[in-house]
Design a protein around this ligand. Structure first.
Ligand code: UD1
Ligand code: CA
Length: 456
């Protein structure tokens, strides 16, 4: 049996009041549409189609998966019309199509799997995902027959007063038997209050043709749709709780889950403790027994085990076990920090590798450098990697002791087992075993103060 998925994402979403397409707004660090695409993929469906209409190029660029197929709906004439525009996705195929919306990021892999199971078990030709709300607002209403069978879906605007009282609503997400949908989709009409082709009408159409249709009831939060900034914040909160719960179950301590921001794809190991105000983004992986203190932002980085990070920013880098970072360190992209390293306060590291056991304790900049093992950087060391036009590489061997306030003017090499005197400006290779002193000698002008008549 083949499954495919269609995501409706043609409407820009005017209620967001945004220059950005609605489906590209982020929930817990990931674009809504990518939440949908990723969960479809996780549920085992890789034939994915997206109906686009406004800001087409932006939407295409924003979708991370490269092999989705796009279908253009030039004019937004309704959800049924959107599916008609994706007809090529379905023709000649057999199996089930899942139809989802780009602004419904809360769906999960397990919900989709259960939906498909339910749909196939009951041999339905159409199954709509529904949910029961205390306040069903303006959602389409699910009308059931006396025997509780699904009868039809009525848009809120077209509801009678009695129908408005129904608590079960349409999520706007469905699955259909592909052949049956293709055969009957042209029967949709736009004879309604909005003059739109409603996909919801397919239920009544298929019923009248004698096909079995059903409703799959899920929890409210799974079908939360985002139409406004307020709903975006609501979705963010639901998703944040869901993410935190997963980490609790894996043995992670989050001291204040309400103000800790962990992206959906972040992994965290057992016994790691996350303090308030931490932001973990992208494909970050954190190992076991780490302590991440407040005000850390870590993006697309790999943090191994037993690492302490305090008030620091780490981007697109990797850190080996037993290292400490911060407070107030800035690790910029493409850096690799070894084991048992200390990166202390006000240290910036950019596109550099730092060998095991090296200490860079305070007030230091290291850029475009390869640093060996067990080196010691004195306070105020600066790697001068930029000459105003080009960036240059600095190589530092193992066991180099770099005195305070040293400038290393790149390109330059400091070999193994060397010392550099404090205040040196190093422009030439420091050979193995050497002490380099590169500064003017001190001159004392005796009695200078008296002679100038400056004595207090
Ligand atoms: C739809 C349902 C309603 C349901 C609600 C749930 C219909 C007729 N109504 O209403 O029963 O309760 O979702 O949120 O289906 N889209 C297109 N092309 C179009 C129109 C819409 O691609 O021509 C896309 C939108 O970009 C959006 C999705 O379909 O992602 C839903 O459209 P929207 O206009 O928000 O539908 P609702 O009026 O909310
Ligand atoms: Ca909507």
């Amino acid at each position: 049996m083949n499954h495919c998925a269609i995501i409706l994402a043609a409407g820009k979403g005017t209620r967001m009041k945004s220059e950005i397409h609605k489906v590209l707004h982020k929930v817990c660090g990931k674009e809504m549409i990518n939440h949908v695409v990723d969960n479809i993929e996780k549920a085992g469906i890789d034939d994915i189609h997206v109906v686009v209409g406004s800001l087409v190029e932006e939407v295409k660029k924003g979708i991370k998966k490269y092999d989705v197929t796009y279908h253009l709906q030039e004019e937004q004439l309704g959800t049924g019309h959107a599916v008609m525009c994706a007809r090529k996705a379905l023709e000649g195929k057999e199996g089930t199509v899942v139809i989802l919306v780009g602004d419904g990021p809360m769906i999960t892999e397990s919900m989709l799997k259960e939906l498909l199971e339910y749909h196939n078990e009951h041999d339905y030709k159409a199954t709509v995902i529904t949910s029961e709300f205390h306040e069903p607002r303006k959602y389409g209403r699910i009308v059931r027959a006396e025997n509780r069978d699904l009868e039809k879906i009525v848009e809120f605007r077209d509801c009678t007063e009695d129908e408005k009282k129904i608590k079960e609503i349409n999520s706007g997400m469905y699955c259909f038997d592909i052949k049956v949908l293709v055969e009957h989709i042209d029967k949709l009409s736009n004879d309604n209050s909005q003059k739109e082709y409603y996909l919801t009408d397919m239920i009544e159409i298929l019923k009248s043709e004698g096909y079995k249709t059903g409703a799959f009831i899920v929890e409210n939060e799974l079908i939360t749709a985002v139409n406004s900034r307020e709903e975006l914040a609501i979705a963010e909160k639901i998703m944040r709780n869901r993410i935190n719960r997963k980490h609790f179950e894996n043995g992670v301590t989050i001291i204040n889950p309400d103000n800790t921001y962990i992206g959906v794809d972040v992994e965290i190991g057992r016994d790691t403790i996350i303090y308030p105000g931490v932001i973990l983004e992208g494909n970050t992986k954190i190992g076991n027994n780490c302590i991440i203190y407040s005000n850390c932002r870590i993006k697309d980085s790999i943090i191994k085990n037993n690492i302490t990070i305090d008030n620091s920013v780490i981007l697109d880098s990797s850190i080996e076990s037993n290292t400490t970072i911060g407070p107030f360190a800035y690790i910029r992209p493409e850096s690799h920090i070894g084991e048992n390293v200390k990166v202390g306060d006000f240290v910036e590291i950019k596109k550099s590798s730092i060998g095991d056991g090296t200490k860079i304790s305070h007030l230091t900049y290291v850029g475009d450098a390869k640093v060996g093992k067990k080196c010691n950087f004195g306070c105020g060391t600066v790697v001068s990697n930029y000459d105003g036009t080009k960036k240059h590489i600095t190589e530092i061997g193992d066991n180099a002791f770099i005195g305070c306030n040293t400038n290393l003017v790149s390109p330059v090499k400091v070999e193994d087992n060397t010392y550099i005197a404090a205040g040196s400006t190093i422009t030439d290779t420091v050979p193995e075993g050497a002490l380099a002193v590169a500064r003017a000698r001190q001159v004392n002008k005796e009695n200078w103060v008296n002679n100038k008549g400056l004595k207090k």
